[in-house]
Design a protein around this ligand. Structure first.
Ligand SMILES: Nc1ncnc2c1ncn2[C@@H]1O[C@H](COP(=O)(O)OP(=O)(O)OP(=O)(O)O)[C@@H](O)[C@H]1O
Length: 287
């Protein structure tokens, strides 16, 4: 389990995080989302022992951070937001060095990840693009099969094909019971790979939820095609094919009754995307 309780961190007078709490269970991928400067990396840096908190508590696998950070470091795989390696070192020499840090590096699994992600182990780091460096960072985080993964925007810089391969690697790992903290700006990927998410705004956790139930509970997106009129009491957005309405669950019955009083070609009722929900929380409901 990863557990964070009321974490606070200031950089001098600047707010890093104010009050962040969450818990991640075995076999769960938890998406930490929020815009630039919200406090995701600050939270992650505290969890990995790179920063000390001002107050609050953080635990990974029951080990208190930073007091038992050496135990935590042995148990986690970490992908930092910005990856840096020794420029002159070749990837294959780095992999050999990395094997010495951990007890359990399975060479076959290392070879599997090298092949899956298409890592050229003969290259020096200074010859690699950002995406190719990120692939090595992924390998480094996964190769010792850690029970805990702390991933700070892990897909940043990866092309879509490699992203898919990374998601499958992550999902295979989660299925073995791993605990995954996954920070991202890309809400469509959080929707795809995470079971739960936490939304950080200005250093505070403002919303947590199960990815699917939150989408079902809030409101529905109703697309009416071949229609250009108005539905009394509801405001829609006109688009090329018709009008789209965001309708609260409790008003849906009344809304649909009103729609049937009009002529239209087709109607579709969908759940909002995580992106829609995120924008709603940021712009409207939570001040
Ligand atoms: N070294 C630092 N010195 C001063 N302030 C900092 C420092 N690092 C972060 N901050 C501030 O702390 C706040 C949280 O930043 P943090 O990097 O944790 O956000 P983030 O959610 O990871 O953003 P991004 O998505 O842009 O990486 C921001 O207001 C930022 O300006």
């Amino acid at each position: 389990m990863i557990e964070v309780k009321g974490l606070k961190k200031y950089y001098g007078k600047n707010r890093g995080i104010e009050n962040v709490s969450f818990m991640i269970n075995d076999g769960e991928t938890y998406g930490l989302i929020g815009p630039n400067g919200a406090g995701k990396s600050t939270t992650i840096r505290i969890l990995t022992g790179l920063l000390n908190e001002d107050s609050g508590e953080a635990y990974i696998g029951g080990f208190r951070i930073p007091k038992q950070i050496n135990k935590v470091k042995a148990a986690i795989g970490y992908i930092p937001g910005e990856v840096n390696f020794y420029g002159d070192m070749r990837v294959k020499d780095f992999l050999e060095l990395n094997r010495n840090f951990y007890k359990n590096v399975d060479i076959d699994y290392e070879r599997y990840i090298v092949d899956l992600l298409g890592i050229d182990t003969n290259k020096r780091f200074k010859e690699l693009s950002l995406g190719n460096k990120k692939k090595v960072a992924i390998l480094q985080a996964f190769v010792h099969k850690p029970h805990y993964l702390v991933l700070d925007e892990p897909t940043n810089g990866l092309d879509p094909l490699i992203q898919q391969k990374f998601y499958s690697l992550l999902e295979d790992h989660r299925r073995t019971g791993a605990v995954v903290l996954f920070s991202s700006h890309v809400l469509s990927e959080v929707e795809k790979v995470c079971q739960r998410f936490g939304m950080i705004k200005e250093g505070k956790m403002i919303k947590e939820g199960d990815v699917n139930t939150l989408k079902e509970l809030t409101y529905k997106v109703v697309e009416i095609r071949g229609f250009s009129g108005t539905i009394h009491g509801y405001e829609g957005k006109i688009n090329r094919n018709g009008i789209t309405f965001h309708v609260k669950i409790e008003e849906l019955k009344d809304f649909l009754k009103r729609v049937t009083e009009h002529e239209f070609e087709d109607i579709e009722i969908k759940n909002p995307t995580l992106e829609n929900i995120f924008l709603k929380y940021y712009k409207e409901e939570v001040k």
